[in-house]
Write a new protein. Sequence first.
Length: 357
Amino acid sequence: MRRHAIAVIPGDGIGIEVTTAALEVLEAAGRAHGFELRLTEHPWGCDHFVETGRMMPVDALDGLRSSDAIFVGAVGRPDVPDHISLWGLLIPIRRTFRQYVNLRPIRLWPGIPSPLRDVVPADVDMVIVRENNEGEYSEIGGRLHRGTEDELAVQESVFTRRGTDRVMAYACELAAKRSGRLCSATKSNGIIHTMPFWDERFAHVTAKHPQLQTEQVLIDALAAMVVLTPSRFDVIVASNLFGDILSDLAAAVAGSIGIAPSGNLNPEREFPSMFEPVHGSAPDIAGQGIANPIGAIWSGAQMLEHLGEEEAATAVLTAVEEMLAGGGPRTRDLGGTATTAEVTAALTASMGSSPTV
Ligand SMILES: NC(=O)c1ccc[n+]([C@@H]2O[C@H](COP(=O)([O-])OP(=O)(O)OC[C@H]3O[C@@H](n4cnc5c(N)ncnc54)[C@H](O)[C@@H]3O)[C@@H](O)[C@H]2O)c1
């Protein structure tokens, strides 16, 4: 029996609901495929912040370091400022563990209607490789003259050669394994220092991969193209901010943000990688049992693949595909009436073993 140590941070709102659901499916996959997930659950997030003044304990990162992977639901609570929930938990984990690739696959599953007219599943199958450690998400800056007419805020973007090259190299390798098409999201017409630098590094890194078909597109035009001609895109590499926005847009094109997964990868495996759905804690539907668990389950499949459990990862994704294509249960965001538990039960059952009682 293979064993994988997983640190679990369910977080807040529907994060808790979809984590429970995903772990039920992943554990069933483990029983069917000969491995066990050793789960260590951490009750960190906004409730912890309200109680202690911290999103996670001071020594939290030391504790996470020895796990094989980290599995997160979502964080965020309406009475806690969003920059506190993000910078107090997810960003320190992403940075300390050098999870510099945020991998966000997007596909239109058979049986799920896209909000776009005339789009079929074959048209939407792309991966956004988002830079995850630097760029626009920087702590450099500050505020002056608070509360006066002269108030100002400055926020620096940071793009390093090391940080840019490594995420682009990852995107090149991924594109080579897929269709060979790689697009870079840029904005070098308006952002005068960092984006021309981004373009230069893209030219430099892709020069080592002459077999790839590459292009760079301004992010505003790219957003429109993902809506108008999604089939044009396969792998897209983007900075931290552009990748974040583009992947929500692309997930909407694929039917719902509730199905979008993400992996925060440390490709060198010096540190644990972290897997979480793209969506947030969705306070508007939290506690109702209607959250779509597929984003978390697909993130779990990414985690299994990362842990070397490729067969189980494929089995999980096949189960999702067959359930959706076969008219199986679906939650409200996908036009259905099923609960989180009903979707989870259907997927768990198709893993070939019964859920733990
Ligand atoms: N990685 C994260 O933990 C993360 C990411 C984004 C937002 N957030 C936080 O989540 C909170 C809410 O943010 P938001 O409303 O902008 O984004 P959100 O993703 O939580 O919700 C956006 C909309 O999508 C719906 N939705 C999201 N996930 C769904 C699912 N699985 N099933 C069905 N519907 C789903 C919600 O009901 C809501 O209408 C904020 O505090 C924000 O900071 C956290």
